[in-house]
Write a protein that binds this ligand. Structure first.
Ligand code: PHE
Length: 329
């Protein structure tokens, strides 16, 4: 009797809320079935097992019916909601980006260097003055250390002004021979305009071993630039000065792919013995004894190269992340 009544009530429940009402009415703490259970006390001892079993069966059956009805009601609700979705509407498309022209150039350069046996190295963008200047033989009164040119943090550290810091990081932590490149960001307090940003991208290189010569430096860079910009690329080494190389050069290149004019591109030179001395002092060994080893280093900016290659008129376009711009490359 009670069973039939309960099952009918469950079937009649037309939503989850009224179904919950039915559950409480029969199975709740003071529901119908609980009330009957309490009467077990009055049942004759011999009959208790049989009556108890019937009661359990009843509770089980009502629970099963409730679960089944709940499933039906939920399925109906899902179906109702789904039927309101218009599957013929166009979806919201995720815009696919594209590989940034700077990254494209960087990847190409890294591949060329890998063929020459260079490994990738890196270091932090936030640096100590020692790594950025002192270890690179740059005296305290050097203009590059000026607060007008360099971003200093309140604690005395700074945003590296060039990737040459990675030369120092690498030699501190590993002995020669060293053959690494280190692409990364560098920062200077330049006024931002069409040709300057306060952050730019450099590619540093360092090769240290016994008997490394200027010819190795020239050969390496000529190979790189001809691979990148074509076999007709012209390269010019102009004497220059950097505190951390001796002799030092600036490099100009000319290539049709870059617009056909000479452009100033890179600094380079033979690692100054004073740098090796700093490294030896820091390491506490003679692994980089300048009497035994030599090395070359170079660093060039990638932004202006990428701009010339892709005919990009304003350097700020490189950082705006405008998909209409990026999709052209
Ligand atoms: N660090 C120099 C610059 O940013 C470039 C350079 C690197 C020069 C390595 C010589 C050797 O201008």
């Amino acid at each position: 009797m009670l069973r039939a009544e309960a099952v009918a009530a469950i079937r009649a429940a037309s939503d989850l809320k009224s179904l919950e009402g039915v559950r409480v009415h029969y199975l709740g703490r003071s529901g119908q079935i609980s009330l009957i259970s309490e009467k077990m006390r009055d049942v004759a001892k011999d009959d208790r097992p049989r009556v108890g079993k019937l009661l359990n069966q009843l509770r089980q059956d009502v629970s099963d019916s409730l679960a089944e009805r709940e499933r039906q009601l939920k399925a109906a609700k899902d179906a109702r909601e789904l039927s309101q979705i218009d599957i013929t509407l166009p979806g919201t498309r995720r815009e696919l980006g594209s590989i940034h022209p700077l990254t494209q150039l960087l990847d190409k350069a890294v591949r060329v260097f890998r063929r020459l046996g260079f490994a990738l190295a890196d270091g932090p963008d936030i640096e100590t003055e020692w790594h950025c200047f002192d270890a690179l033989n740059t005296p305290p009164d050097h203009p590059a250390r000026n607060e007008l040119d360099t971003f200093y943090l309140p604690d005395g550290r700074l945003l590296r002004t060039h990737t040459s810091t990675v030369q120092i990081r690498v030699m501190e932590s590993q002995g020669p021979p060293v053959r690494v490149i280190a692409p990364g960001a560098a920062y200077r307090r330049d006024e931002v305009d069409a040709t300057h940003l306060s952050q730019f991208t450099q590619m540093e290189g360092l090769f240290v071993d016994r008997n490394v010569s200027l010819a190795d430096l020239k050969g390496t860079l000529e190979f790189l630039f001809r691979e990148l910009f074509g076999p007709e690329t012209k390269i010019r080494f102009r004497p220059h000065f950097f505190p951390f190389t001796e002799p030092s050069y600036e490099i100009d290149i000319r290539a049709e792919a870059l617009g056909g004019d000479w452009m100033e591109l890179a600094g380079c030179g033979m690692v100054d013995p004073a740098v090796f001395d700093q490294i030896c002092a820091k390491r506490g060994d003679r692994a980089y004894d300048p009497e035994e080893i030599t090395g070359f280093a170079f660093g060039f900016g990638l932004d202006r190269l990428a701009m010339s290659l892709a005919r990009i008129p304003d350097i700020r376009m490189l950082t705006e992340n405008d998909l209409r711009f990026l999709k052209q490359f």
